[in-house]
Design a protein around this ligand. Structure first.
Ligand code: BYC
Ligand code: FE
Ligand code: FE
Length: 483
């Protein structure tokens, strides 16, 4: 009897999709596997392939107790194919096929659209591993290093999740796309990753935490939208990916929170009241809050670009086809077809950002981006609580959506973080106040010295409140044998 809750670890590729009786797909994946391992060796965490990291591995897709923790060498991590349990009698939740039984096979008319979305999703996963590959070397603690590696192996698994769909449902072109996913590289001139933010650098740990807070959260929102897909295998895959995603955003939120906390503590101890006295704060070996705000501005605006244009026919078509839904589609109270409905879209009108009603179908990206902004605001409030509690007069804020955009309505607008539109000259003169400049980058880089002694933390970041898997403070989360 096929056990579809617990994961089968007997095959080379752990799975709960019955791979051992699906010879064709098992063979295709086994053929792809060595290329993936080569990629991991070349492009995965640099210098830690022999180290033992205390990582969780999924052993079930049950919502309770789905993972087990143990030391593992990353190249031996059991990357598997895991789908959330099928929902009986699941129906297509949106678009013109609303209410029909969800598809178990690819509907021919939507094949190209589905393949494109799966390929884009797949492309981001290894890209993030590539972007983060040098961070182990400067980890502020073994705890943080372990979290980095956990995120990395799980992004690797997310690539497997997409490659499984390509290999199982898309035949020859699915196999070709799977190979391409290992060929493109973040930041490459000839073969860059598909989306903008995934070709940027993640040069330091503040960027890493901002990335996992803001960019992994785009991942969450996109996965939520794909979890509503009428193509059931995509829905089930992304539903399980979302359980892993929560940890990535936890790493980001607590990482930034611990940096902010440490800065406030150091300021208080030294009797520095002015958060804008950057020299004095930096002299304490911690990251000043205005620089934290600049990094926030950068990563939030890059992440907004990942939602595509506010007005998008691609998005309208995917929704109408029932291939990609809205955030929490099934909980929204409307007809789920949106023909004739409108949605307010922020547009640049006569040099000002204004809300204009547009057809809701065209505004699907805008709506998901709004849901994202709401979701992202929560953590910013919690960071501000930390600052308030320490008695420091400073507040972090999400910049206006018009700020520093490379996609969509505000592409050619030079806007301040509070949404005022500037001319190019004003923008160039002032942008260094809002985005990290070279001096900021150099300063942060100067703090990035490894702290690899178990239980110790670099000076610029507070220890976490609790350990991973309830481990005590001095637990050796990574046993380093190479590096
Ligand atoms: N960069 O109609 P438009 C994650 C292109 S993150 C470059 O405005 P659409 C993760 C677009 O492709 C989640 N190009 O946009 C996080 C199109 O080109 P073509 C990843 C861009 O299609 C952290 C043209 O512009 N998953 O999982 O409605 C760590 C016009 O497009 C960009 C997904 O994104 C850009 N930023 O929406 C690890 C889900 N934006 O086709 C992982 C799948 C747009 O005309 N993707 N373009 O040549 C989608 O749903 C949509 O493709 C997008 C774009 C939301 C990305
Ligand atoms: Fe992912
Ligand atoms: Fe993630």
């Amino acid at each position: 009897m096929l056990d579809l809750i617990n994961v089968n670890y007997d095959t080379l590729i752990p799975n709960n999709v019955g791979l051992s009786s699906d010879r064709r797909v098992l063979k295709a994946l086994e053929k792809w596997h060595p290329g993936y391992i080569n990629w991991w060796h070349d492009m995965g965490p640099n210098g830690f392939q022999e180290s033992l990291a205390y990582l969780r591995t999924a052993v079930s897709v049950d919502s309770k107790g789905w993972a087990k923790f143990d030391y593992v060498k990353m190249p031996e991590y059991r990357w598997g194919v895991l789908l959330a349990p099928a929902v009986e009698d699941r129906r297509i939740p949106c678009g013109e096929h609303f209410g029909d039984l969800a598809w178990q096979e690819v509907p021919g008319e939507y094949r190209a659209m589905l393949r494109r979305l799966i390929v884009i999703q797949g492309d981001t996963e290894p890209a993030s591993v590539e972007q983060q590959r040098f961070l182990g070397k400067t980890a502020p603690s073994l705890y943080d290093m372990r979290n980095l590696f956990q995120v990395n192996v799980e992004e690797g698994r997310h690539l497997w999740a997409m490659v499984y769909l390509l290999q199982k449902y898309f035949g020859k072109d699915g196999r070709e796309e799977s190979d391409e996913l290992l060929r493109r590289q973040s930041g490459s001139e000839e073969a860059p990753r598909m989306l903008g933010a995934f070709n940027e650098e993640t040069p330091d740990w503040l960027s890493f935490f901002m990335f996992t807070y803001f960019t992994d959260r785009d991942g969450k929102m996109q996965l939520e939208a794909l979890a509503q897909s009428g193509f059931d295998p995509l829905s089930r895959t992304t539903r399980f990916m979302l359980t892993e995603e929560a940890h990535h955003m936890f790493v980001g939120e607590t990482g930034v929170g611990r940096i902010v906390q440490r800065t406030c503590e150091a300021m208080t101890e030294a009797g520095i009241e002015d958060p804008y006295d950057i020299e004095a704060v930096r002299a304490l070996g911690v990251i000043d809050l205005p620089t934290v705000q600049k990094k926030l501005n950068l990563h939030y605006s890059l992440s907004l670009d990942l939602f595509g244009s506010e007005i998008s026919t691609n998005a309208a078509n995917a929704f109408t086809a029932g291939i990609k839904g809205r955030f929490q589609e099934t909980k929204i109270e409307d007809d789920h077809k949106l023909v004739g409905a409108t949605y307010p879209v922020l547009k640049l009108i006569d040099g000002e950002a204004k809300l204009i009603d547009e057809p809701a179908l065209s505004a699907i990206n805008m709506r998901l981006r709004d849901d994202y902004t709401n979701d992202a605001a929560g953590g910013v409030n919690r960071w501000n609580k930390i600052i308030q509690k320490a008695g420091v007069a400073f507040e972090l804020a999400l910049p206006h959506v018009a700020f520093h955009r490379q996609i969509g309505e505000f592409l050619n607008a030079e806007a301040t973080p509070d949404g005022r539109i500037l001319n190019a000259e004003e923008w160039n003169a002032q942008k260094g106040q809002w985005l990290p400049n070279t001096a900021d980058g150099d300063f942060i880089a100067s703090l990035m010295q490894p702290q690899w002694e178990a239980g110790k933390y670099a000076n610029w970041i507070s220890p976490p409140k609790v350990g991973i898997d309830n481990k005590p403070g001095e637990f050796e989360y990574v046993k380093i044998y190479d590096a």
